[in-house]
Design a binder for this molecule. Structure first.
Ligand code: B16
Ligand code: MG
Length: 213
């Protein structure tokens, strides 16, 4: 029986992918190559350093670790300029209502995200007290598709993995949820999220019957 809901952040609660794209695009341009929105799809749900590795592969560049750490930090400063401007208006449609609904029916909620900027984003959108547990990129050592982030989230809720369902927009996140032994509801496009147990386009008009998986 499902007792806990674990939400990914980027692509599920907010759409920070657009800001990641602008910052990665600026970095690619500064290194002398193009980075497209299609390329950006490969970075969804993937950690910051792994994202940089993919970007450098696209640009055909091999750089020493010290320089990669510097570039990741430069990108993050540009990204933070965007997220510092975020407000609650950027919470994706239906999310707040759905979380209120599940909480009023006794479900526990957690955030399970790869982002190390999650505390700042939650503060900006006024959701720092919404979840019973928050596991973000600062608390995990292994990035999705490793199940670590979701296993830590279920443990923080004192639940078994089988009692939790994950909401994810990224293929790496779906795989992480299944490897954790959890059901996974894809948020986005059915054609992309083929491994999900169910797919919703978003949270508008979603009710509790969704949790009967
Ligand atoms: P940061 P999620 C992920 O968030 C993003 O989808 C991914 O594009 C990003 O590289 C990753 O967070 C790390 O973010 O640079 O802020 O630590 O989808 O797991 O909520
Ligand atoms: Mg995501």
């Amino acid at each position: 029986m499902i007792k806990g809901l674990i939400f990914d952040l980027d692509g599920v609660v907010v759409n920070t992918a657009v800001y990641h794209f602008q910052a990665w695009n600026r970095l690619a341009n500064s290194l002398g190559f193009e980075f497209t929105e299609e390329d950006n799809e490969r970075l969804k749900g993937v950690s910051r350093m792994e994202s940089l590795n993919i970007l450098l592969e696209i640009g055909g560049l091999t750089l020493p670790t010290k320089e990669k750490l510097r570039l990741a930090s430069v990108k993050n400063e540009w990204y933070k300029e965007f997220i510092n401007q975020m407000t609650a208006s950027e919470i994706l449609p239906g999310v707040t209502n759905f979380i209120d609904l599940v909480k009023s029916h006794g479900y526990q909620t957690a955030l399970g995200t790869a982002s190390r900027n999650a505390p700042l984003i939650l503060e900006r959108i006024g959701m720092q007290k919404t979840f019973d547990a928050i596991i973000d990129g600062n608390q995990v050592t292994k990035a999705k598709p490793d199940p670590e982030v979701f296993l830590k989230a279920s443990a923080a809720l004192n639940l078994e993995p089988s009692q939790c369902v994950v909401f994810e927009d990224a293929i790496a996140g779906l795989e992480a949820a299944h490897r954790a032994g959890m059901k996974c509801i894809g948020v986005g496009d059915q054609k992309t999220l083929t491994e999900a147990d169910r797919v919703i386009p978003g949270f508008v008009n979603v009710n509790l019957s969704l949790l009967q998986l």
